[in-house]
Design a protein around this ligand. Structure first.
Ligand code: SF4
Length: 351
């Protein structure tokens, strides 16, 4: 038996301790210890010693180790590269915004989605993270940095809806009043557009913000940038997004990475406006980060594009670039580590 207690809900912990013949209040005690980030069962000082020993023998306690830590001198952004118990590495970023400290978490080791502008997908997906491994990123970032986390964005390595069950489990855990108690409205989940899973998520009625990585106003460009589009297409994605809004009442945020000469013309802005017509949408324009090996370069037309959208009544913001002096964009630090450790072959280049 190797039970991952931290991935369990309070109710599941209740069943677990009942089966061990323990009183009902043990579940809450253990839940609170786990969400405070204890690194061994022996720290659970209000548990009988015999029970702590029993847990030590039969349960695992996930504790990520800081492999690298980069702190921006410009704005205090901290990027963590964590090593997990199986040796895999994932990234987490702490960003300090005026509206509170925000942590960007990973949900998979690598990613299978193949977006051409993203360093996280270059080696493919290695595995899904467990709910506890996603939760640990929030707990241990908070513990290491001393910063209280107010907001969570699921925009790190991996596609959250490709790890649906563990991600939903994580959302319920991090939202729990006996845990970190982070409100659903303070959580954003970003997807490249897995339509069936978006429908499934809508049925849960969670009050989080769904961010759809759109990045292109038509199938021709989007299929080139994001292979996931080849199977679904922009129109079907838009239908799904409209349905999501009707079911949840939550406005969708569309992410749009501005790429020089690819998706940043006035004509592209007009196509985007046509796509979003009649939707309660918000567009978040993202100044592209330079990836060393990528031919895609940052657009110089971000402001003009934004103004064109706003002139036609679509709310558009430009994401503030944080951590400019560190490897703060998704997948870069993990990739650097893989290169240095010889885990990457020279063949893995962006398309
Ligand atoms: S942008 Fe997101 S979905 Fe696309 S490859 Fe990168 S991690 Fe995966």
């Amino acid at each position: 038996m190797n039970v991952d207690l931290k991935s369990m809900t309070l109710e599941e912990l209740g069943d677990f301790f009942r089966q061990l013949g323990q009183p009902a209040f043990r579940a809450k005690q253990v839940f609170q210890w786990l969400h405070r980030g204890v690194t061994s069962f022996s720290e659970m000082s209000n548990l009988p010693k015999s029970l702590r020993q029993q847990l030590e023998e039969h349960c695992t306690l996930t504790v990520p180790v800081v492999e690298r830590r980069q702190e921006s001198k410009l704005d205090g952004t901290i990027k963590y590269l964590w090593r997990l118990s199986d040796g895999s590495c994932i990234e987490t970023v702490l960003m300090r915004y005026q509206h509170g400290n925000t942590v960007c978490v990973s949900c998979q080791v690598g990613c299978n989605m193949g977006c051409v502008f993203c360093a996280s997908t270059l080696g493919g997906k290695v595995r899904n993270l467990t709910a506890s491994e996603i939760l640990d990123q929030v707990i241990f970032t908070q513990k290491d940095s001393g910063a209280t986390i107010h907001n969570i964005v699921m925009m790190g390595i991996g596609e959250p809806l490709d790890n649906f069950d563990q991600v939903v489990r994580f959302l319920h855990l991090v939202n729990h009043p006996d845990g970190l108690n982070i409100g659903m409205r303070h959580i954003s989940l970003s997807t490249c557009g897995l339509v069936n899973q978006i429908d499934k998520l809508a049925q849960l009625g969670l009050q989080l913000t769904l961010s759809v990585s759109l990045h292109a106003p038509n199938d021709e460009i989007r299929s080139r940038l994001m292979p996931v589009n080849r199977a679904v297409g922009v129109e079907r994605l838009m239908d799904t997004c409209r349905r999501y809004f009707q079911t949840t009442g939550r406005r969708i945020s569309y992410e749009y990475a501005m790429i020089d000469g690819v998706n940043d013309s006035d004509a592209h802005a007009d196509q985007l406006l046509a796509l979003l017509k009649g939707q309660q949408a918000h567009v978040n324009l993202i100044p592209l980060n330079n990836i060393e090996e990528s031919p895609l370069k940052p657009s110089r037309r971000v402001r003009q594009f934004q103004q064109r959208l706003e002139a036609h009544g679509v709310t558009a913001t430009v994401r503030r670039k944080l951590g400019g002096d560190i490897d703060a964009s998704c997948g870069q630090l993990r990739r650097k580590q893989m290169k240095e450790s010889g885990a990457l072959s020279g063949k893995e280049q962006p398309q």
